[in-house]
Design a binder for this molecule. Sequence first.
Ligand code: ADP
Ligand code: MG
Length: 387
Amino acid sequence: MSIAAQFSDLYGYEPAGVWAAPGRVNLIGEYTDFNEGFVLPLALPHTAVAAVARRDDGVLRLHSADIDAPVAELRVEDLVPLSKYGQGGWAAYPAGVVWALRDAGHAVTGADIHLASTVPTGAGLSSSAALEVVTAYALNDLFELGLSTQELAVLSQRAENVFVGVPCGVMDQMASACSEEGHALHLDCRDLSIRQIPFDLAAEGLQLLVVDTRVKHELGDGAYAERRAGCEEGARVLGVSHLRDVEFDELDDSVRKLEAAGADEKVVRYVRHVVSDDHRVERVIELLAAGDVRGIGPVLNEGHVSLRDDLRISCDELDLVVATAQTAGAVGARMTGGGFGGSAVVLVEADDADAVTKAVLTAFEGAGYTAPRVFPAVPSAGARKLG
Ligand code: ADP
Ligand code: MG
């Protein structure tokens, strides 16, 4: 049954429209977003799809086809950050977007929303951003708010930060809102300016595989805040507002300065990761501009080492994916996203995709791990109205 037909079954009338917003995977640039640096994500073919109708009576009804829970019914003027809405708390994501829009002064007077998503949850592929952005995009259309995709992304991030209470950067929502098919999105997290970078893997005979390890180790939550605080401390000691302001060719000097100031060795490592990863984004952009797509492989490999040894957010499963893929002939591989589980990206010759996939599956079986989910990341379109 179509999502519109499901909406009609649920609410007893036809939706005003159907919208979609994708999950994303980050090619390079990790933990750089809150340092006001650079990232290079691409939108996945996997999307959250929402059938929506506006209401003018202050009622907000929310339902997900993927969650076994009844319709959550709320009043828009009762929305309060950090409350749980609906079973499992999932409804806080779309409700948070309504709250963020209203808090920014937009007259969103209610809605009926029914959604379904093919973005794997908790795999570091931003199923949460997809939910937020599809909601924001639909409400922007239905209430004729005239907001840009950038503005919708920022409001969606605010929904997640303030309303849901997850301290994420803005990359996920920007990638979901602003990506274009066949491109990666070069995002400057300081001013949110974007550049569409042609990334036509198929034409090069390449594939970017996403390997979802299906594990999420617990220490992830506190570790993000700890890395973030360490980066802020590094910036403070170096006398810059954000680590983005440290040039790559100043990195060695900066490390000496941090050591001389008695900075914690962790802070030194975090600074080294962030400044070098910002530089890796630049290198990947240059290689892609020069048409050398295979040339990004070693940069991805280096990025993994930096995440594993300097930022220390990898885990055994992610290291196993990367090492196995490299041995099996991948062009390059790295963990991607917040770390401690989630997914890795593996760049392969299309002809080698099956062999590399098989090697990873065999290695996981041998280690006694749950079989990972492997699929190609075809660079896809950002949020859009489907009908
Ligand atoms: P990620 O964004 O990496 O997938 P998060 O923990 O940030 O992981 O977000 C996952 C949460 O988003 C889920 O626990 C759920 O609350 C919500 N979510 C994602 N997809 C759906 C869906 N299809 N229906 C309802 N809730 C969803
Ligand atoms: Mg998320």
